[in-house]
Design a protein around this ligand. Structure first.
Ligand code: SF4
Length: 212
């Protein structure tokens, strides 16, 4: 597999926020979100080759029991990622798989120790045309749907999306950039949305530092 970086940090996003986590960042994504904060991982050439065996050995070398497989988009290398997830589950790890929502999420292990963290891209990303909205029906109740809100237009798009379909899991709204929460929190309260408003906590701790 093409891997961009492996590092320990605090999970900064989603329902497992705050937990010490080993991040395995795959290389390669063919989306180009306006606010992408990992431009250094968009090309496969920005990664080095690791086998699944080597990645499992590396994971076992660390003390943390939570692993986040992120990117790029890991599902660009789906066959290897499915194998990696199965092996890591077999070793007792809990895994968050982050994906853009632009690739099919079928065929993934069904364990409750695998949390699929899937985006729906909103207009402010410039990539809403890449959404595979049929993926939403494949999310399980322990997964999470992430909406990165860049502006009022994104918020309205997200609000209509949520009112127009049934989402089987928790929904998380995070402001683009991860820090400006107040306006978003006020909109969610005023509209009575049953979503979580969350920051990107690692940005409060380490700013935009890479590998954090
Ligand atoms: S899907 Fe993720 S990695 Fe790809 S461009 Fe968008 S934010 Fe960046």
């Amino acid at each position: 597999m093409k891997i961009n970086e492996i590092f320990e940090s605090i999970q900064g996003e989603g329902l497992l926020v705050g937990l010490p986590t080993l991040f395995i960042r795959t290389a390669g994504c063919d989306l180009r979100c306006v606010w992408c904060d990992t431009p250094y991982a968009l090309l496969e050439s920005q990664g080095t080759e690791w086998s699944v065996d080597e990645l499992v050995t590396e994971a076992k070398r660390h003390r943390v029991r939570d692993i986040c497989i992120t990117g790029g988009d890991p599902l660009r290398q789906k066959e290897e990622v499915v194998l990696l997830i199965s092996r890591l589950l077999g070793e007792g790890f809990r895994i968050v798989l982050e994906t853009s929502g632009a690739y099919p999420i079928d065929g993934l292990p069904r364990s409750e120790r695998l949390v699929i963290s899937m985006d729906v891209k909103l207009p402010g990303s410039g990539m809403e045309g890449r959404n595979m909205l049929e993926n939403i029906d494949l999310l399980r109740k322990w997964d999470q749907l992430k909406l990165i809100i860049a502006d009022r237009n994104d918020y309205e798009y997200a609000r209509k999306l949520l009112s127009g379909c049934s989402i089987p899991c928790e929904v998380i709204m995070t402001p683009a950039g991860g820090r400006e929460l107040k306006w978003l929190a006020e909109r969610v309260l005023s509209d009575g949305l049953a979503v979580r408003v969350l920051p990107q906590m690692h940005k409060y701790i380490w700013g935009d530092e890479r590998g954090r």
